[in-house]
Design a protein around this ligand. Structure first.
Ligand SMILES: Nc1ncnc2c1ncn2[C@@H]1O[C@H](COP(=O)(O)OP(=O)(O)OP(=O)(O)O)[C@@H](O)[C@H]1O
Length: 295
């Protein structure tokens, strides 16, 4: 049997050294198959970015194993070019990740130029293809980032990532900075790309609607510990850990969660809540409208 595209085993991530050492991730394991989308969810500071940044090679794990196609995945600077190309990342702030002085054509072309893709005419054709794939109209090619909307900027960042023909796309809160409608459009684009290119994704998000729409599996992290992972259909509709229930209630319907004083207090203090209060959370979660069904 062939090995999974990506295997993560007991990944531990530390920042700092000696007495200042802080463990951001206490062991995380999962497999990612071609075309599979794994969502990573958790509160701010829970370790989601640390996990995906390690996969991208931007953070060196303290221990554990990362295998790509069965081969050890070293830190970025030791990755051979073809391995680097296979994992690309799109960040939260599309504005900050694009060179403000360059035009869209040059921004998307840059990785092609750096990797020696074709001649100028071939690169221009490829940029046009990538813009078409990411639903950017051709006339935007001559614009600079400040002349684009947030959604258009994020599409440019996605087009640039796709120029490398990755097999894994990491989207770290890539939708968070966008307005509600644009989030929908960009998440649909990512779903289409996943289907058309058989692209696997690690999708870090606070937005449970996008997680439900896009992801096959979900990994829930609380203060650096994986508290629950599995199929989205299990974890989001029948969460086992109290933390997942609280997270869902808070994310899906903060007003409802906070209107329950027991939950409000627990959320505020990061405390465990009674089984009784959790039953209330389950009612909130099971109300389909909260998952976007009513839209
Ligand atoms: N370079 C760093 N040096 C020291 N500590 C760090 C560093 N990067 C992250 N941390 C700490 O590690 C923990 C996990 O951070 P991380 O960014 O992975 O969380 P997150 O779940 O992605 O949060 P957010 O949703 O706010 O981005 C946090 O406590 C954070 O302060």
């Amino acid at each position: 049997m062939s090995s999974p595209l990506l295997q993560i085993r007991d990944l531990v991530i530390d920042y700092g050294k000696g007495a200042d050492r802080f463990r951001a991730l206490h062991g995380c394991s999962f497999d990612l198959e071609p075309g599979q989308v794994m969502a990573v969810v958790g509160e701010s500071g829970s370790g989601k970015s640390s996990l995906v940044r390690a996969v991208a090679g931007l953070v060196a794990p303290a221990s554990g194993e990362m295998l790509l196609d069965g081969q050890v995945l070293p830190p970025l600077r030791q990755r051979p070019p073809h391995t680097r190309r296979m994992i690309q990342m799109v960040f939260q702030d599309p504005g900050a990740s694009l060179n403000p002085l360059h035009r869209v054509q040059a921004i998307i072309e840059e990785p092609l130029r750096v990797t020696g893709y074709g001649d100028a005419a071939g690169r221009k054709r490829r940029v046009a293809e990538l813009m078409d794939m990411t639903q950017l109209s051709a006339d935007l090619a001559t614009r600079r980032p400040r002349e684009l909307s947030g959604g258009q900027k994020q599409r440019v960042a996605i087009a640039r990532a796709l120029a490398m023909e990755p097999r894994i796309l990491i989207a770290d809160e890539a939708l968070s900075a966008l307005d509600f409608t644009t989030q929908d459009h960009v998440s649909r684009l990512l779903s289409d790309l996943r289907r058309d290119l058989n692209l696997a994704m690690l999708f870090v998000s606070h937005d449970m609607r996008s997680v439900r729409r896009m992801a096959d599996d979900v990994c829930v992290i609380e203060k650096g510990h994986v508290v629950e992972q599995g199929a989205v259909s299990d974890v989001l509709y029948n969460p086992k850990s109290a933390y997942t229930r609280l997270l869902l209630a808070a994310a899906l319907n903060p007003r409802a969660a906070l209107s329950d004083p027991r939950l409000a207090e627990a959320l505020e203090n990061g405390e465990a809540v009674s089984e009784d209060a959790l039953k209330g959370v389950m009612d909130i979660i099971r109300g389909g409208a909260l998952m976007g069904d009513a839209r």
